[in-house]
Design a protein around this ligand. Structure first.
Ligand code: SF4
Ligand code: SF4
Ligand code: FES
Length: 339
């Protein structure tokens, strides 16, 4: 076991745990943001640098600080390590720099982007972004590509986090897309615009931290904060069948996997559950989803609304009970035996 202190909070974690996962075990504001690391995808992390932290003390044995910020998703803890994240002005500034780099070529698409409201880049932009870009060159431009009949790629929004590539590698039967070229001309593409239609390929949409891979059955149908997320399940022979249905009125606009508080999928779902079952009758409804994220979806107080509804029905039930009791008391008072 190794004891690590992050922003003044200490925890003992198994050897080999990364700083990011140790921070997640502590929880709260000290958890660094992660745009490329995904705990369910092997070898993810190390691409985006949003998770940078300062190691102020390497270990109990060798207390020297590390000379420069380290990606917390890749650096493992050592016994006696002291880490600074939000308590280090240097790191906050470095993160703002990383966000500026991520936004260098990124279009100002939020008003029309399907990811808006559940986009980690949008959240980072609000937190660290600058009012104006300092970039003087032409932004990268790409045609939108259909990769299969269900997924559309907006390469201009891609931050090259490699998550979708890992999904293709680790979940799909064969991979026919990846990152082509390198540096300024790197892009996600398929081999000669091949179709991505493997059973689990829809999970690429869920892992994409931005609006680069979009669900063609949901595109432009609604802002996400106007939809109501509901947990549901069905018996499926290809996946766990546990999903989140996103309702607008009576209509299921999209089906996604359920995500945890770090925006990571809890269980992968198959394309059949995602794209072919959009009727309420296809599902067993479990109840309102808990959206544990500081994004606009939780700002619509959906759950609070549900809680209020429950409260209202509780009050009505109690009032009814009171009325019945009063009636019984009244009847009792009229009973001559009780006088
Ligand atoms: S990917 Fe995120 S930051 Fe980029 S346009 Fe879409 S919502 Fe905005
Ligand atoms: S398309 Fe999305 S998931 Fe794939 S590399 Fe780009 S940002 Fe990451
Ligand atoms: S989350 Fe660590 S480098 Fe991207």
């Amino acid at each position: 076991m190794a004891k690590v202190t992050i922003d003044g909070k200490s925890i003992e974690v198994p050897d080999g745990t990364t700083i990011l996962n140790a921070a997640r075990m502590i929880g709260g504001d000290i958890v660094p943001p992660a745009m490329c690391y995904y705990s369910k995808l092997k070898t993810s992390g190390g691409y985006c640098r949003t998770c940078l932290v300062k190691v102020a003390q390497g270990s109990a044995k060798d207390p020297r600080p590390m000379p420069k910020p380290v990606p917390s998703c890749r650096q493992t803890v050592m016994d006696g390590m002291v880490v600074e994240n939000i308590t280090s002005p240097e790191i906050v500034e470095a993160r703002a720099g990383v966000v500026e780099f991520l936004l260098l070529n990124h279009p100002l698409d939020c008003p029309i982007c399907d990811q808006a409201g559940e986009c980690h880049l949008q959240d980072l932009g609000y937190e660290h972004g600058k009012m104006k870009t300092r970039y003087e060159f032409k932004r990268r431009e790409f045609e939108k590509i259909d990769i299969g009949d269900k997924i559309k790629l907006h390469m201009t929004r891609c931050i090259l986090c490699y998550r979708c590539v890992k999904v293709a590698d680790q979940l799909c039967s064969c991979r026919n897309h990846g990152v082509m070229n390198r540096g300024d001309v790197a892009e996600i593409s398929t081999y000669i615009e091949n179709v991505v239609d493997k059973d689990m390929s829809g999970n690429m949409i869920d892992v994409c931290p931005v609006g680069a891979l979009t669900d063609k059955t949901f595109r432009f149908k609604s802002r996400v904060w106007f939809t109501k997320p509901v947990d549901a399940h069905r018996t499926c022979d290809k996946c766990c069948g546990k999903v989140r249905l996103w309702y607008k009125g009576e209509e299921v606009l999209r089906v996604t996997a359920r995500k945890d508080k770090y925006g990571e999928v809890e269980d992968w779902i198959c394309n059949s559950c995602r794209f072919d079952h959009k009727k309420t009758s296809d599902w067993v409804i479990e109840g309102a989803s808990h959206i544990d994220h500081h994004s606009v979806i939780s700002a619509n107080h959906y759950e609070t609304g549900k809680a209020l509804e429950n409260l209202k029905s509780d009050i009505e039930r109690h009032q009814k009970q009171l009325k019945e009791n009063k009636f019984a008391l009244g009847q009792g008072a009229m009973n001559p035996n009780n006088v």
